[in-house]
Design a protein around this ligand. Structure first.
Ligand code: ATP
Ligand code: MG
Length: 386
């Protein structure tokens, strides 16, 4: 990465919180990340994994125990260095909008300009506030009291206030999670468009995988204070590195597997569902115990017996145990050998419970994770996939 384009660099960040005055709880355990100018970079992970603590250290609202943070090449946290929040070139939006109820919409946005110690003419303040209010589509309610806004409008107001000083970095902590589902979907698109249009760099925190996948240039998946995988949304979804990532981001079928053979068209893995063709990483050896994963929407399901499996695919027979209707799709639980697989289908092509079906898996959709799989029970040799 060209060093001139780096907006934020976080190295080996550690933050402990004291618990009952006794032993410390490690909220962030050595997080490193680098964000380029113009990125929408997301910290994604379950509740309590350290996302907000990381963000608050970047904001200067928490003092880390160790580590270094550079904003646009300038250290803001380092040994003996702790630049206060107001001198970091950042804008912040949190889950609670934290707008000032006693001020008008206009005054809420103008406020950061009035207190930053720079002299500006009234005319200049007005011009800038009107411009930002136009950007977030609030120009026509500028004179209203901030409390007379809807949830979505209040969140746009919080965003306008964060943007007014044209910060180098925008910090967003679950900014959409207080909105109802429909508004959240709408704001998601709006926020992403706005971020791209203004080309502002953003560090975004969420536990919502749909938000992360649809909005981010890159995602860091966090677990227990650490980044466990970093990549583009497609990399994270299609090539999860671990069971945790496969399971947390989207729905995954996970099978313990044993590598049994290197065939001409890929590796053969013995699983509880049968023998499956999969793509394996370099260095794989026959006898390895691994975990294999594939997505429910990557499975093709045939209701009548198909011909022989195409090259590089596996065909498995199964029985439909259960069909759940989700509107745009159905989720089927299919028993295959001793495994239960999840398969997603269009509702118009849904099988009935009790149907015998044939499951087709392409080897390239079956990935092997870095986690070692549990040893499978020694079984009678399974009929070869075919
Ligand atoms: N001020 C604090 N004092 C003590 N412990 C804290 C404090 N703030 C956070 N923690 C603990 O640190 C860990 C990380 O918290 P953090 O708020 O960063 O999680 P998070 O990933 O943002 O979770 P959520 O999705 O629920 O917001 C949690 O175990 C939390 O209980
Ligand atoms: Mg949080």
């Amino acid at each position: 990465m060209d060093t001139t384009t780096i907006c934020l660099d976080v190295r080996d960040l550690v933050k402990d919180y004291p618990v009952d005055g006794a032993s410390d709880h490690r909220a962030v355990g050595g997080v490193s990340l680098t964000i380029a100018e113009g990125e929408m970079y997301t910290l994604l992970g379950p509740s309590g994994c350290g996302k907000s603590t990381t963000l608050r250290c970047v904001a200067g609202l928490e003092q880390p125990d160790s580590g270094r943070i550079e904003l646009a090449g300038v250290p803001v946290v380092d040994q003996g260095v702790h630049v206060p929040t107001e001198r970091r070139d950042i804008g912040m939006v949190f889950q609670s909008y934290a707008i000032w109820p006693h001020m008008s919409v206009f005054e809420n946005v103008a406020f950061p300009l009035r207190v930053d110690g720079r002299r500006r003419t009234k005319k200049e303040v007005r011009r800038r506030v009107e411009e930002v209010l136009g950007t977030v589509r609030l120009a026509d309610v500028a004179s209203r009291s901030a409390t007379q806004l809807s949830g979505g409008q209040q969140q746009r107001l919080a965003l306008a206030r964060a943007l007014i000083r044209e910060p180098r970095l925008l910090l967003l902590d679950e900014p959409l999670s207080n909105l109802d589902a429909r508004l959240r979907d709408q704001m998601r698109v709006e926020l992403r468009d706005l971020q791209r249009r203004l080309n502002v760099t953003a560090l975004f925190v969420t536990h919502d995988q749909a938000e992360a996948l649809s909005m981010s240039s890159r995602i860091a998946v966090m677990d227990q204070g650490r980044v466990v995988q970093e990549g583009t949304p497609r990399e994270i979804y299609q090539r999860p590195a671990t069971r945790f990532v496969a399971d947390f981001v989207g729905t995954a079928n996970l099978l313990d597997a044993e590598v049994v053979e290197r065939a001409a068209d890929g590796w053969l893995l013995r699983t509880a569902a049968g023998v499956v063709r999969a793509s394996c990483p370099d260095g794989t050896r026959v006898g390895d115990q691994v975990t294999m994963t594939f997505r429910p929407e990557d499975i093709r399901m045939h209701l009548s017996p198909p011909g022989a499996a195409a090259t590089g695919t596996t065909m498995l027979a199964g029985t439909v145990d259960r069909v759940d209707f989700f509107g745009e799709s159905v989720e089927c639980q299919v028993s295959c050998g001793a495994a239960v697989l999840l398969v997603h289908r269009h509702p118009q092509a849904a099988p009935q419970e009790g149907d015998t079906v044939h499951i087709e898996l392409a080897a390239e959709g079956c990935a092997v994770l870095t986690d070692r799989g549990a040893r499978l029970p020694a079984a009678a040799p399974v009929a070869k996939a075919g």
